[in-house]
Design a protein around this ligand. Structure first.
Ligand SMILES: C[S@@+](CC[C@H](N)C(=O)[O-])C[C@H]1O[C@@H](n2cnc3c(N)ncnc32)[C@H](O)[C@@H]1O
Length: 219
């Protein structure tokens, strides 16, 4: 379970999770393996958010997905389930120690053809990607750089495309009025940038640690 970030009442959280479709065995195994063998397992999306990501992706039915922050591959597998036939997901990760585990689970999910892992610093890799190439982008990496990612990712989104930004409530610190650490300030700046951007519409949903769902407007 991944309740560490949750802002919900624990009883409510237990109820909504119990009332959501169960997770498949492969994702359960990946979740367990991550918790036993990998540092910072609370970073993994987990069953409930994973199902939400899968459903959002299925509703969008994207041809091209970009993910920033693969970790052990949980959300990449969830998002890839919504790809339309022939679609592809590119996921960026800067920690090479995760590579073997990511590739193992992508293969076990039967997604080797659809999912490409690229290792490196996302801020170095993003400027080389073609503009307006992606229907769906999931940002889930270093929070301190969120304001730097935003214009880069907007360039990569097709008009009408969707950007999902994770952890936009940052454990409740974004609105508590006194947290001044670098990550919290960066997430506040990001949420303000999105809110003030006339080129997008958004809805911030308080699921787990908060997801900002942003739609790039058609020009
Ligand atoms: C919160 S975890 C991602 C969790 C994953 N999306 C999931 O839902 O299971 C963030 C990941 O981003 C990676 N990361 C952090 N900063 C990065 C950067 N500058 N470039 C690429 N990856 C980065 C971290 O190594 C970590 O694996």
């Amino acid at each position: 379970m991944n309740e560490d970030f949750s802002l919900l009442d624990p009883a409510l959280e237990a109820y909504v999770e119990a009332s959501t479709s169960p997770v498949e065995p492969l994702l359960e195994a990946l979740d367990r393996d991550t918790h036993v063998n990998v540092l910072c397992p609370r970073m993994l999306s987990g069953a409930y958010q994973g199902k939400l990501l899968e459903f959002l992706s299925r509703m969008i039915s994207p041809s091209r997905i970009l993910e920033i922050g693969t970790y052990t591959g949980y959300s990449a597998i969830c998002l890839a389930k919504g790809l339309r036939p022939g679609g592809r997901l590119l996921t960026l990760e800067h920690n090479p120690e995760l590579e073997e585990r990511i590739r193992h689970y992508i293969k076990a999910a039967g997604l080797e053809e659809q999912v490409e892992l690229r290792l490196g610093e996302a801020l170095d890799l993003l400027p080389d990607l073609p503009a307006e190439a992606f229907d769906l982008i999931f940002l889930d990496a270093d929070k301190a750089n969120y304001p730097r990612y935003y214009p880069l990712l907007k360039r990569l989104l097709k008009p009408g495309g969707w950007l999902l930004i994770d952890n936009v409530l940052w454990n409740g610190k974004v609105w508590d009025g006194h947290s001044k650490d670098k990550d919290t300030e960066a997430v506040r700046v990001l949420n303000r940038m999105v809110g003030e951007d006339e080129g997008v519409e958004n809805v911030l949903i308080p699921v787990r640690d908060g997801i900002n769902i942003v739609r790039k407007l058609l020009v």
